[in-house]
Design a protein around this ligand. Structure first.
Ligand SMILES: *[C@@H]1O[C@H](CO)[C@@H](O)[C@H](O)[C@H]1NC(C)=O
Ligand SMILES: *[C@@H]1O[C@H](CO)[C@@H](O)[C@H](O)[C@H]1NC(C)=O
Ligand SMILES: *[C@@H]1O[C@H](CO)[C@@H](O)[C@H](O)[C@H]1NC(C)=O
Ligand SMILES: *[C@@H]1O[C@H](CO)[C@@H](O)[C@H](O)[C@H]1NC(C)=O
Ligand SMILES: *[C@@H]1O[C@H](CO)[C@@H](O)[C@H](O)[C@H]1NC(C)=O
Ligand SMILES: *[C@@H]1O[C@H](CO)[C@@H](O)[C@H](O)[C@H]1NC(C)=O
Ligand SMILES: *[C@@H]1O[C@H](CO)[C@@H](O)[C@H](O)[C@H]1NC(C)=O
Length: 451
């Protein structure tokens, strides 16, 4: 008796943190004239409490953090979880890669696939790519800290898998031997397809409870590309080689059976005008975007909307089952694509039911056009600056006359030719971040990112 009381005290006294997962995305922002690169890493961190805390450690070309990271609440499921978002801005020297590691104690208790400690890894590849002449961006996704499925219902959970570079996005379970989680034992109740759909088949009550889902999402080029290394050499990435990787970790809760698996009975069903899963929405800086979400359930009561996305997305409920998510992107998000995922919950007696997971990608365009010089044939002196409400900064047009002889064809060897020209120009002292395009008529366009 005394022993069990002591044990209880020990458990209560330990600093259990109760982790509910993470997800990251990185965005290369701009390159300064000295070749330093500003990178934003946006991550979600989910725990039972909004006060719990952990920080990523960095290895590789880490540079320095330009400010302390502030964690801001995205959304809460009261008494269950709290998801927060951090934006880490790193100023790194050049385009060598870095790796981020999150490591700590204690997922929530009772995880059926026996995961205790959390561990997540992000690989940021910052090389210029030969296909776009741009720095690689990671896949864009997010996830709620917990998804619920009744044990007797089949369900496909289709994760958002978007890539701003147009790469193919694939998912796999983390690999213990690669130290991507600690350990990576996947839930026995889920089948994962490489296209990032998790399928759940009806099971019996002995499989009910919470599972830790520890996925790795990667971007693969759709055709072989070269990555320009900091030393000027090229490294090929084939269509079977991942460019970057991000963790997608959350809890799957297999709940007691529901009387009917049909959507709209106990499980909430989305109604128009809820956007379709995977929809891409275009908006602009300072323009308020409103996403209307409607759901119904005949035999249960709609109790709320839960979402994951940028922390300054506002959630409103007009009436039972009528919700809006409102977001006004700022200059910081200009040119970026941001994920928003949501579920609608309902309740009946003491049971809680969730709709399917729905996600959209919001691309933030900008009112300031990127600095794109006209083709070199145009007379520089007569070229008007781009029309814009704000000052786009210095604007230069440089004319270059060159004759290039090659046996390569512009049709088939476009990227190789472009890379060779770029190497030549950067050898002559032009910055690494120049972006080249060869026009049909043979004109060469050169752009640099805004300083
Ligand atoms: C984490 O908590 C520590 C103290 O508990 C605090 O100093 C630090 O600012 C917190 N970090 C974040 C990212 O909130
Ligand atoms: C899940 O996806 C598979 C393959 O596309 C399909 O055959 C099955 O009916 C889907 N299940 C549900 C519950 O939607
Ligand atoms: C996973 O897929 C295999 C083969 O299609 C099937 O036999 C198994 O029941 C599936 N498991 C789950 C949990 O859906
Ligand atoms: C439930 O399923 C598991 C396998 O997933 C099986 O071992 C067990 O016997 C089943 N229990 C019942 C009560 O059917
Ligand atoms: C957006 O609004 C902020 C603050 O009002 C302003 O500083 C910024 O220039 C605006 N950006 C654009 C692209 O309109
Ligand atoms: C929800 O919004 C729809 C239109 O989008 C409206 O027809 C409906 O009456 C609203 N429901 C409630 C309960 O206000
Ligand atoms: C460029 O300038 C020359 C002489 O000033 C003029 O003849 C020609 O038409 C101009 N070309 C364009 C595209 O404006």
């Amino acid at each position: 008796m005394l022993l069990s009381v002591l044990l209880l005290l020990l458990v209560c006294g330990s600093r259990a943190v109760h982790y509910y997962g993470t997800v990251t995305t990185y965005y290369p922002k701009e390159m300064t004239t000295d070749g330093s690169l500003l990178v934003n890493v946006r991550y979600k961190l989910s725990f039972v409490a909004c006060t719990a805390n952990d920080t990523w450690s960095c290895t590789g070309n880490c540079g320095s953090e330009t400010a302390d990271v502030e964690l801001n609440v995205v959304d809460e499921s009261p008494g269950e979880w709290c998801q927060r978002e951090g934006v880490m801005t790193r100023l790194v020297a050049g385009t060598a890669p870095f790796q981020l590691l999150l490591e700590g104690e204690n997922w929530i208790t009772g995880i059926i696939n026996s995961i205790v400690s959390w561990r997540a890894v992000t690989d940021a590849e910052l090389s210029f790519r030969s296909d776009s002449n741009q720095i690689n961006t990671s896949p864009v996704t997010t996830i709620l800290p917990a998804l619920r499925i009744p044990s007797n219902c089949p369900r496909n959970i289709s994760l958002l898998a978007f890539d701003p570079d147009g790469d193919e996005v694939k998912c796999r379970n983390g690999i213990t031997a690669a130290a991507e989680c600690n350990p990576c034992t996947p839930p026995s109740v889920l089948n994962l397809s490489s296209s990032c759909t998790l399928s759940f088949s009806p099971t019996n009550s002995s499989n009910e409870g919470p599972y830790a889902v520890q996925l790795v999402m990667e971007d693969f080029p759709r055709q072989n590309i070269n990555l320009l290394q900091p030393d000027g050499s090229l490294v090929q990435k084939t269509t079977n080689e991942a460019i970057s990787k991000i963790p997608v970790q959350f809890v799957l809760k297999v709940d007691p059976a529901v009387p009917s698996c049909s959507e709209g009975v106990y499980l909430p069903r989305f109604l128009s005008p809820t956007p379709a899963h995977g929809a891409q929405i275009l908006t602009s800086v300072n323009q308020t975007l409103e996403i209307s979400i409607r759901a119904e359930a005949a035999q249960s009561t709609i109790s709320g909307l839960l979402f994951s996305g940028p922390h300054n997305v506002m959630k409103n409920s007009q009436a039972l089952g009528n919700f809006t998510l409102t977001w006004t992107p700022s200059n910081v998000e200009s040119g970026e694509s941001h994920p928003i995922c949501f579920v609608v919950q309902s309740s009946f007696a003491s049971s809680v039911y969730q709709s399917d997971l729905r996600c959209v990608t919001v691309k933030v365009g900008t009112l300031v056009p990127p600095i794109v010089p006209p083709s070199p044939q145009t007379n520089a002196t007569t070229t008007p600056p781009p029309t814009s409400t704000s000052d786009p900064g210095p604007y230069y047009v440089i004319a270059l006359n060159a004759k290039i002889s090659t046996t390569l064809s512009l049709e088939n060897d476009y990227n190789t030719i472009l890379q060779m020209i770029k190497n030549e120009l950067t050898d002559k002292g032009l910055p690494q971040n120049i972006i080249l395009t060869i026009r049909r008529n043979g004109a060469l366009e050169m752009t640099t990112a805004a300083p």
